[in-house]
Design a protein around this ligand. Structure first.
Ligand SMILES: *Cc1c(COP(=O)(O)O)cnc(C)c1O
Length: 370
């Protein structure tokens, strides 16, 4: 059986270093915002190229704290509109509504699954105050064009980098440094995963970073002095120590993902499957997942299953067909709906064996609709 993602194997690849990191935290006796936490913030900011990184409890909090931070700075207010792609993971959308802002959904580019600059441009109104660009599946959104559009219309630009750690544009600028502020998730299954929940904000806006740091700690900068009605959203010391190990390997592990992707792209030749668009040699995609499309998805999944290949769907139900967002149930989003009906994610990870990659290619090439 080729597993979709072997998390245990991914972490055991660094077993000795992770054991040492966990042991150090235990021995240090300081478990929240300690020296590993501070070191991680500083190294991850350096890695992304921003002046600041603020550790938080998870990726959703990272995005919520960015939006609430901008409100605190007076740059956003209740009811302001934020443009986002309709086919994103629900957390991107929750971050907007949980911050008292109003999501405006646009259809994605059907080939990249990311924001279509044209559709964003058409959706801008006088109420629009921000764009949330999700680098979905690990591929950068068209940030140069979005930045131009944002500047022209005086909008904030925020990145959701939960799936894109280390993705680089043609100038060498990284995800997390292509907008006003970016939210990262280090959920175990992401490209750079902790051993539990963890997240971070990267930004070069010092005021925003300071406010987020304060908000995430009960609104307190100085013990027992609470300037804001904050929340508890801190990056655990133990996860920071784990992430310092993971950060050393992220580029190497992304390269392994890309190598598998290049093999899939050149060796899966089947007119019944649509492969992702990716320019060979480009570093703008870190293949968090490798998403293909198939018109007879159910049958395709039965076929791969019976041939020992595990697959998943990212994501099977669009937000407007979910109980959580019933008020949007009547929205017409044909591209988003079609994407949700046809997509399938096939195995990709830095610990896949060459023979497993061979097997995936072979099975996918054998598939024929019944
Ligand atoms: C995982 C994910 C999040 C949320 O991250 P958590 O750490 O699980 O809160 C947000 N956006 C996207 C696109 C994600 O994939």
């Amino acid at each position: 059986m080729v597993k979709f993602l072997d998390l245990q194997k991914i972490n055991l690849a660094h077993e000795a270093e992770l054991q040492e990191a966990l042991n150090q935290v235990l021995l240090n006796g300081w478990y929240i915002r300690g020296k590993f936490h501070d070191e991680f913030e500083s190294k991850f900011a350096d890695y992304c190229g921003t002046s600041r990184c603020v550790g938080v409890a998870n990726g959703l909090d990272a995005l919520i704290l960015i939006f609430k931070g901008f409100k605190q700075l007076g740059l956003l207010k209740d009811g302001d509109e934020v443009i986002v792609q309709a086919n994103t993971y629900i957390a991107s959308i929750i971050s907007i509504t949980a911050s008292g802002l109003v999501p405006v959904f646009v259809e994605p580019d059907k080939d990249t699954y990311n924001l279509s600059v044209e559709n964003v441009s058409k959706a801008i109104t006088s109420k629009t105050k921000a764009i949330l660009a999700v680098h979905l599946y690990g591929q950068l959104s068209p940030m140069r064009e979005l930045k131009e559009l944002a500047e022209k219309n005086n909008l904030l630009l925020v990145e959701d980098c939960a799936q894109s750690h280390g993705a680089k544009d043609h100038r060498g600028l990284k995800a997390g440094n292509l907008s006003d502020a970016a939210g990262f998730s280090f959920y175990p299954g992401k490209n750079m995963g902790a051993l539990g929940d963890a997240g971070a904000v990267t930004t070069s806006n010092e005021s925003l970073a300071n406010i987020i740091k304060t908000m995430g700690n009960y609104g307190s900068q100085k013990k027992y002095l609470n300037e804001l009605q904050g929340v508890n959203s801190r990056l655990d010391e133990i996860q920071a120590a784990v992430l310092l190990v993971k950060l050393k390997y992220i580029d190497q592990e992304n390269e392994l993902r890309r190598r598998i992707a290049e093999r899939y792209l050149s060796e899966i030749i089947n007119p019944h499957l649509t492969l992702p668009k990716f320019q060979s040699g480009s570093l703008d995609h870190v293949f968090h997942v490798f998403v293909i499309r198939c018109k007879n998805r159910k049958e395709f999944i039965e076929f791969t299953d019976s041939h020992g290949i595990q697959t998943l769907i990212h994501y099977p139900i669009p937000f407007h067909k979910q109980g959580a967002y019933q008020e949007y149930a009547s929205l017409k989003l044909p591209i988003t709906e079609r994407i949700h009906e046809e997509i399938v994610s096939i195995p990709i990870s830095p610990v896949m064996e060459e023979s497993e990659v061979d097997q995936v290619i072979q099975v996918l090439n054998q598939y024929r609709p019944g």
